[in-house]
Write a protein that binds this ligand. Sequence first.
Ligand SMILES: [Cu+2]
Length: 442
Amino acid sequence: MAPCSSAPVVAPWPTPSPSPTERRPSSSASGGTTTSTTSSRWRSSRETRHGTPTPTPSTASRETCTTAPMRTVRYAAETYKFQVQSNETYLLRIINAALNTPMFFKVASHSFTVVGVDAAYTTPYDTDVVVIAPGQTVDALMVAGAAVGRYYMAASPYDSAIPQGPPFSMTTTTAIVEYVGSAGVETPLLPSRPDYNDTDTAFRFLSNLTALVLPGKPTVPLSVDTRMFVTVGLGVSDCQPSQLLCNTTMSRTPVFSSSMNNASFVLPTATSMLEAHYRNATAGVYTRDFPDQPPVIFDNTADASDNATLQFTTKSTKVRTVRYNDTVEMVLQNTRLIAKESHPMHLHGYNFFVLAQGFGNYDEATATTQFNLVNPQERNTVAVPTGGWAVIRFVADNPGMWFMHCHFDAHLDLGLAMVFEVQDGPTAETSVPPPPLDLPQC
Ligand SMILES: [Cu+2]
């Protein structure tokens, strides 16, 4: 054992190559708005590294780092088993790889100190439950401070679409934390799990995180160049030519869809958007008219708004063009159309700051007073509260074409996406480089 480094240093992500004895958990949890079963799983670090995020003084006294491996052993019932040494600290790198379901993550008789989300440092945050949406990651320290024995770690679904969404399997996926010195046969203790619709617990975790402000590291910009108000949610579209079911058996009735600002995104089929951007040959590939607000202003979260007119959306490939280095602020407003739920909105190419989150319709007058402009959490996927809103801000200092989308795979496929077209900066370093010579041709 060695003491933790005093200086926060970004620890590399582990790149495990599973040994033949390793298996993913066999149990699964399903949810979201589809009826398909999805596999949820996470990775855990093999060892806690020197130089991992340093906790605040209030928690540092009980932290030590260890190079002892957190071994993974095949268990008879295909359940992951992690062996831990008493009183050592383990860094859990937790990833939600489920398709449509945010998860609650707990370990019986243990708690966590969250030190990072989406690979950005947080102010150390103590909690006994981690809430994580698809596409998000959480780095959390766990002290093996319980009595020698065996404990379940468990991930259970958070389905915010209920009661409007379809039914789903409320299963829990588990692994076993086994202490060195235990008999290895005790029935593990299972943690209590939040209810599947426990929005209060989800919001408490997701809204209480703050960034770890480091000397010399820029935090949220205070002036804004581009402001956008963007509704995100579900809807319906006309049956598309490629959709066989509605073309053949359902008399071309409208089909399930989703959109941002009522624009339901479809990828171009012939030319990549980045190539079209680079060659300035965008005709027939995309249009630069993604709107800064929805075409109709309506009561976004009222049940009465869930009508056929407001549900209807059309398919398109729209981008929002922004200048290099502009600061973009986007209000993400969930809607009540079809189902009211938490959409994990993910932006490629950037981290953004989450200034505030809340429920109901966004009200600028009251929301701006809640903005955290000191140490807002920095991440790349924000779980917009169910029937609520979130405000994000980022500096467009990475030229190119950057996808923004819901990280529920079903919603992405249905069109819950848009693209930022970020123009080149003044130098070659700040411009999109030419495509590689071996770029495959369509
Ligand atoms: Cu979604």
